[in-house]
Design a protein around this ligand. Structure first.
Ligand SMILES: NC(=O)c1ccc[n+]([C@@H]2O[C@H](COP(=O)([O-])OP(=O)(O)OC[C@H]3O[C@@H](n4cnc5c(N)ncnc54)[C@H](OP(=O)(O)O)[C@@H]3O)[C@@H](O)[C@H]2O)c1
Length: 296
């Protein structure tokens, strides 16, 4: 690998545009690989905007050689459709950094990456796509990755950029803590309401019961999370602006497929496989799945 690694980004949406812009600002512009062709990407942030020159490629046959580092920021429901990009951009020397929610990125991506190393990450910043495909960044970009040797390639690529990178010894616990937060946000889909709904006592009780179910499953997977985590997560929603949404709610309201399986189905699947009762998941998950995928 040369001093200037070849970097590609698959999925230049809300998260992908943010990372592409952070890299572009320090002259490490990645190859942009998307579904929809665009002449450039635009990121709006608190102090202004960054224009990332394109084009956004939309045909994987345009790729001439594998990359050192590939960021993938498609929704997890879009991974299968991204298979041709991964095949063109990866070989066994590539590091693939998944900028996706959930705790299953490695399993999900491994079949498509031709022996590359897959690194999960926790994405800590909210970003939102505008109707004109530009992206609005809502907080300082920050990622956490597992502290493994290959993660240094990601840390080096993002060093000196506006996106911070932390390498964590106990990545598993951090990823599960974030998953619990995402899982309980799924209740917003069924209520069709934003964070303000957590001010209700009945919702707080339901959310806490669900989070205790999630916590039991997380601990059975090896996550070290203390007893107060459910309460802390609910308190976080209660402190948030009442109109704070979540991407799974945005997807439902736009009638797009939802990431219900990696955010909520995972609790039920892991629970069932370990004999842990998941009575709340058993109601929540089919409703989210049907809301996402139909029929009807
Ligand atoms: N947004 C957030 O605030 C946030 C925060 C934390 C974590 N996350 C997680 O980050 C991941 C990405 O979310 P996002 O909000 O950035 O999604 P998004 O805005 O919908 O972006 C997805 C991008 O992938 C592209 N894409 C779809 N199918 C593709 C294909 N077959 N090949 C290449 N590109 C394809 C889309 O193209 P089109 O332009 O054609 O739609 C779009 O540019 C998700 O797992 C999400 O849960 C998001």
């Amino acid at each position: 690998m040369s001093d200037r690694p070849n970097i590609a980004l698959i999925g230049p949406g809300a998260i992908g545009t943010t990372i592409a812009a952070a890299l572009h600002e320090v002259n490490r512009t990645p190859l942009l690989c998307g579904r929809t062709a665009h002449a450039h990407l635009i990121l709006h942030h608190d102090e202004g905007k960054i224009v990332v020159p394109g084009p956004v490629l939309s045909n994987p046959s345009a790729v001439t050689h594998p990359m050192d580092l590939v960021f993938i920021a498609v929704k997890t429901t879009q991974v299968t459709d991204s298979a041709e990009w991964l095949a063109a951009l990866c070989n066994e020397n590539t590091v693939v950094c998944a900028l996706q929610n959930g705790v299953e990125q490695k399993t999900l991506l491994a079949p498509y990456v031709r022996g590359a190393t897959v690194l999960p990450s926790v994405v800590w910043f909210p970003a939102q796509r505008e109707p004109d495909a530009s992206v609005r960044l809502r907080a300082k970009p920050r990622l956490t990755l597992p502290d493994v040797p290959q993660a240094q390639r990601v840390a080096d690529a993002l060093s000196g950029t506006r996106c911070g990178v932390e390498l964590a010894d106990d990545f598993l616990s951090i990823a599960w803590r974030k998953l619990l937060q995402n899982a309980v946000a799924g209740l917003m889909v069924l209520a069709n309401r934003r964070a303000g709904m957590f001010a209700r006592r009945d919702i707080t009780q339901l959310a806490l019961a669900y989070l205790h179910e999630c916590l039991t499953v997380a601990r059975a997977q090896g996550a070290v999370l203390h007893d107060n985590v459910p309460q802390e997560i609910i308190a976080g929603f209660q402190r948030a602006p009442a109109d704070l949404g979540t991407s799974i709610l945005a997807d439902r309201q736009a009638n797009r497929p939802m990431e219900w399986d990696i955010r909520n189905g995972v609790i039920q699947r892991y629970g069932h496989s370990q004999g842990i009762p998941t009575p709340i998941s058993d109601i929540l998950v089919p409703l989210l799945a049907a809301g996402s995928d139909g029929p009807g």
